[in-house]
Design a protein around this ligand. Structure first.
Ligand SMILES: [Zn+2]
Length: 156
């Protein structure tokens, strides 16, 4: 996702980039910290140009800064990471859980001969898909700095 400052005060407020895997958990956290402000953003999870105006952006930055300072962000990130780590692992779809990829590709690339699978590194299972979506406090800090100086923002 590309988030653009509408009227940036400086370079920091011009642009914020996040992968899909980084944006969704960050967006969820924005709603957690500032539900009233974020309630104004209808299209938070898609690239439709939705966003907030300048005053709401400063208010959001202030709420995020308070959450970072109070330890709310660190506790949220830790709880989130623990919840994801506790999710059941997924059976690898390339080797069907055997740890050896023996389909056409596996045979052709010699994985069958080595008793290995490139989908799971031979383990037979993989992390839950939620583990691909990451959030950490430094990203929250980065977004707070962006949004404070953005003059309002749009999500594309
Ligand atoms: Zn596998």
């Amino acid at each position: 996702m590309d988030v653009y400052g509408k009227n940036p005060e400086n370079e920091t407020g011009r642009y914020f980039r996040a992968s899909v895997w980084g944006w969704h958990p960050l967006a969820e956290y924005l709603v957690e910290v500032a539900p009233n402000l974020m309630g104004k953003v209808t299209y938070l999870h898609s690239n439709d140009g939705d966003g907030l105006g300048p005053e709401d952006s400063v208010a959001l930055a202030t709420a995020l800064q308070q959450a970072l300072t109070s330890g709310h962000t660190a506790a949220y990130v830790q709880a989130r990471d623990e919840a994801i780590a506790a999710l059941p692992r997924l059976t690898c779809r390339f080797c069907e859980g055997t740890g050896t990829r023996s389909d056409e590709v596996g045979v052709r690339l010699g994985f069958t001969a080595r008793n290995w699978c490139n989908g799971c590194d031979g383990k037979g299972d993989t992390e839950s898909w939620e583990a691909s979506y990451s959030l950490d406090a430094s990203r929250v800090r980065e977004f707070a700095a962006f949004v404070r100086q953005s003059g309002g923002f749009e999500i594309w």
